[in-house]
Design a protein around this ligand. Sequence first.
Ligand SMILES: Nc1ncnc2c1ncn2[C@@H]1O[C@H](COP(=O)(O)OP(=O)(O)OP(=O)(O)O)[C@@H](O)[C@H]1O
Ligand SMILES: [Mg+2]
Length: 294
Amino acid sequence: MSSQAPMIEMRNVDKRFGSVIAISDISMKVHRGEVMCLLGDNGAGKSTLIKTLSGVHKPSNGELLVDGKPADYQSPSDALDAGIATVFQDLAMIPLMSITRNFFMGREPTVGWGPFKRVDWKYADRVAMEEMGKIGIDVRDPSQPVGTLSGGERQCVAIARAVYFGAKVLILDEPTSALGVKQASVVLRYIAKARADGLAVIFITHNVHHAYPVADAFTLLKRGSSLGTFRKDEVSREEVLNMMAGGAELESLDAELSEFQRNEQHDDEITEGSLPASAAHGPQSSGARLATGY
Ligand SMILES: Nc1ncnc2c1ncn2[C@@H]1O[C@H](COP(=O)(O)OP(=O)(O)OP(=O)(O)O)[C@@H](O)[C@H]1O
Ligand SMILES: [Mg+2]
């Protein structure tokens, strides 16, 4: 890790909504070329944390720093201008608009000037296709509506857009949660690429198989508070899984499932043992025996 200032840092940040304390006293740092995975149950405050980082919410208390300098954003576009790009859980894309339009949304390249100024769609189409191609997505027609892309491809448009416009920090709120194995791996590969390009990445997921391979560190949230940050070499995959789900709950689920399995096995043994005898009485009586036995 470098001795440079963290790319993004939170110091003792609180966010309250009226009487609800969504996050409390959060301190967290992410450096260049590092993936920080945010873990925590539903309602733990993960989305609130990243919305506070990306200018959607103003912190009720505490400080944000970007590249070592205090940041005080009034809006998400302020944060975006400072290089903090966020792909929200409720993906901000317009399904009926084309890939190119979604890619450039609000930042269309223009040609000409004065009254002759117009959007350069030819150039825009070419860039959108090239950028998608770089991450291995072959767009045949950039005028294709985004709504016709698969979930993974749509996530990739959002990420490619962020990287193209010079993001320094990439924040991803559950980008892989609705994806199949193959598509999730496209997104994960892209996260790894963003890290290799020197971006600081904050990645939220509930899936340990997605988190563990790409993360350098994990921060665990519980009911709005941080339970700490762990470097990858300090924790095993099982420990991360426990952190995600709450260890105690998993253990009791484990016990319940093995009890269930034992009962089933027992069931099978009885069925097998009783079959020859019951076969003599025909299938009906064997069914009756089982039904009354259990
Ligand atoms: N705008 C808001 N107004 C009031 N309460 C809010 C608001 N946003 C979030 N909260 C509350 O803050 C808490 C944390 O919510 P948040 O969405 O950050 O959780 P999360 O960790 O992202 O959960 P999930 O895994 O389900 O996405 C919840 O109790 C939620 O109800
Ligand atoms: Mg959330």
